[in-house]
Design a protein around this ligand. Structure first.
Ligand code: NAD
Ligand code: GLY
Length: 353
């Protein structure tokens, strides 16, 4: 078992290890005095792990309720948000009670937003069950739901009481979800940890989940402690995401997030190399890691469509966009680029035939 402590607007621990669901009583005892719990999960994860979690809580004399949502991004919606608030109100939850988010980033983001807003704030424990949620979504307090106009448009920062990552739950993760999560691990290597990047190219992340997740969560902890509200260095976590979001959109969201981020990282690093921001060693280290994790490095969309899509992204401010550009392995910088110049970056990012 490994543990990290996050010093943000709320202090909390991230606990990573095997079999943690079965020792959840002891961990919860140290991070919340709640006696009543709402387990929020989805219809894939709840049948796998819900029963064990409930019986652990019941054996500790807690009151336990559960709220199961359909799996998938469409559950991060106003409708499912209101249904969750209704379930809390119908069961008379108050501010001393606790939500446990048992699932991937969809469950985590929805539960977090409900916990932040129901009666102005409930206790919240994140129990991520996807690699992506373990290394990214469960840590750092970003909560959100989607509106019909776009992703994550309603949300707030709300740090949890604890993040409990039982690595055993990742054993049932479908291949596609595992591979997508590996893209985020590679991202951490590229922005902050040269050794981590080379590890992703040489050993499978699943061969030592505890160590890989610990390293990623520790890097994210550092960014959150320096920039909780995402106005400075936390933006480095968006490496590969600016163009990644365009690829997701152009594929009508059929391309999984992690795969889109992988291609986004490849484009921006090829462009950075061609424009003299980094050496070829940085580019080839990234491409090797993507190859080893069976992630894509190119996609066939016209450059003009990719650039237009990125220009229309909500992150554009006063005609400029922040691009996260690699300087060397383990080091990226935030570069303000006029949106009119994005096309140059996209063209330079294309793989040579
Ligand atoms: P997800 O929650 O949709 O989970 C992916 C799929 O895996 C689902 O079908 C789920 O039912 C299934 N699943 C989850 N755990 C499983 C397990 N252990 N065994 C079997 N099946 C399992 O997707 P995700 O990739 O975890 O998260 C994506 C969401 O996270 C997006 O909405 C994204 O916006 C959000 N996100 C948030 C942050 C943040 O900082 N808050 C960061 C990154 C992503
Ligand atoms: N997923 C990026 C962040 O939490 O800032």
């Amino acid at each position: 078992m490994k543990k990290l402590h996050v010093s943000a607007s709320r202090e909390y621990d991230i606990i990573i290890g095997s079999g943690l669901i079965k020792s959840v009583k002891e961990i919860l005892g140290q991070c919340t005095s709640a006696r009543k719990f709402m387990i929020v999960s989805d219809d894939n994860v709840f049948p796998l792990y819900g029963k064990t979690l409930i019986s652990e809580l019941l054996s500790d004399g807690k009151s336990v309720y559960s709220h199961v949502i359909p799996h998938g991004e469409s559950s991060k919606s106003p409708k499912h948000y209101i249904e969750l608030l209704d379930a809390l109100a119908e069961n008379r939850f108050d501010r001393s009670d606790c939500i446990i988010a048992l699932g991937g980033g969809v469950v985590g983001d929805l539960s977090g937003f409900a916990a932040a807003t129901y009666k102005r704030g409930l206790e919240l424990v994140q129990m991520p069950t996807t690699l992506l949620a373990a290394v990214d979504a469960s840590v750092g307090g970003k909560t959100a739901i989607n509106l019909k106009q776009g992703k994550n448009l309603a949300g707030c920062f709300y740090q949890p009481n604890a993040v409990i990552i039982d690595t055993d739950t990742l054993a049932t993760l479908p291949d596609k979800e595992y591979t997508g999560g590996c893209a985020e691990v590679i991202k951490y290597g590229m922005i902050a940890d040269k050794e981590l990047l080379s590890l992703t190219a040489s050993v499978p992340v699943k061969s030592d989940y505890e160590d890989f997740i610990f390293r990623c969560a520790d890097i994210k902890r550092g960014f959150i402690e320096r920039d909780e509200r995402d106005t400075g260095c936390r933006m480095l976590l968006n490496f590969g995401h600016t163009l990644g979001h365009s690829f997701e959109k152009l594929s009508s969201y059929t391309l999984p997030h992690g795969f889109a981020v992988a291609v986004g990282m490849a484009y921006i690093t090829r462009a950075a190399f061609k424009m003299g921001f980094c050496q070829s060693e940085t580019l080839y280290a990234l491409l090797d890691a993507l190859e080893a994790c069976r992630l894509p490095k190119h996609i066939d969309y016209p450059s003009s469509d990719i650039a237009l899509c990125a220009m229309n992204d909500k992150k554009e401010v006063a005609g400029e966009i922040n691009l996260i550009v690699p300087i060397e392995i383990g080091k990226c910088e935030i570069l303000k680029v006029p949106t009119s110049e994005l096309i140059i970056w996209v063209k330079a990012g294309e793989a040579d035939a």
